[in-house]
Design a protein around this ligand. Structure first.
Ligand SMILES: Cc1cc2nc3c(=O)[nH]c(=O)nc-3n(C[C@H](O)[C@H](O)[C@H](O)COP(=O)(O)O)c2cc1C
Length: 223
């Protein structure tokens, strides 16, 4: 794999770097002994603009959650809509034993993170290093919310204001586990390319438009 320049993203650009708001992620963690774990999660969502907080849901028995409980850290890496990357992401979803480094099993490369122990996945274009803020178990699932401590991106994937170049980063969404039975067996995962963009006006001329424009101009949606 050729050497890719990762650049540190400035905090004021972290919310725009995590576009789309919800997408497929590869989450790395380490256990208390420092063993690397990686798993694919369809449910990664940027839930707060500023400071940037990222959430995902999983099951309490999964190694990712156990590691998060042990160390309070995780790194979210965002794959692109490329078959070889998504195939590797599917391998990460297999039920490996605890302590197995799934990045090695899948053939992903690891590079150290800047601020936390869980590594960055070299082939992903964007990385968000998180400390756990809170977790909540309910109905057999668990939500993990993290505060972003550092973010980084491939140098050729953002413009000079930190907005992503969608045709380069090619964000992915997952159709969900039920779609594995759309065909097969052999079962396949189904993904959606979510990077066709459209700039859309709000065709309304009531007073709410002025309020809306002020909210945008003054960044009041960060409230
Ligand atoms: C494309 C894809 C999306 C997935 N999304 C989720 C998800 O949103 N939540 C979840 O709990 N598991 C999800 N999984 C399954 C986990 O990746 C899988 O259970 C993995 O083995 C968990 O690893 P861990 O025990 O090391 O945490 C997904 C798997 C794939 C391949």
């Amino acid at each position: 794999m050729s050497e890719i320049e990762k650049i540190d993203a400035q905090p004021e650009t972290w919310d725009r770097l995590f576009a789309n708001v919800g997408q497929l992620g590869v989450i790395t963690t380490v256990d208390g002994a420092g063993n690397v774990n990686a798993a694919t999660f369809a449910t990664c969502v940027r839930v707060v603009h500023q400071p940037v907080h990222i959430a995902f849901t999983t099951s309490p028995y999964k190694h990712t959650y156990k590691n998060v409980q042990e160390t309070g850290q995780f790194t979210v890496n965002l794959p692109s809509f490329d078959r070889d990357i998504l195939e590797k992401a599917c391998v990460l979803g297999l039920p490996f034993d605890r302590g197995v480094n799934e990045l090695e099993k899948a053939g992903f490369g690891a590079i150290p993170a800047r601020t936390v122990k869980p590594p960055r996945v070299a082939e992903c274009h964007r990385h968000f290093e998180c400390e756990v803020l809170w977790t909540k178990e309910w109905t057999g699932r668990v939500m993990v919310v993290g505060n972003v401590l550092a973010a980084s991106v491939d140098a050729d994937c953002v413009d000079d204001r930190g907005y992503i170049l969608f045709d380069k980063v090619k964000p992915v969404q997952y159709c969900g586990a039920p779609y594995q039975k759309y065909q097969g067996p052999p079962y396949h995962h189904w993904f959606v390319a979510s990077y066709e963009t459209m700039s859309v006006a709000t065709p309304y001329d009531g007073p709410e438009m002025a309020e809306h424009d002020k909210i945008v101009a003054d960044d009041l949606h960060f409230r």
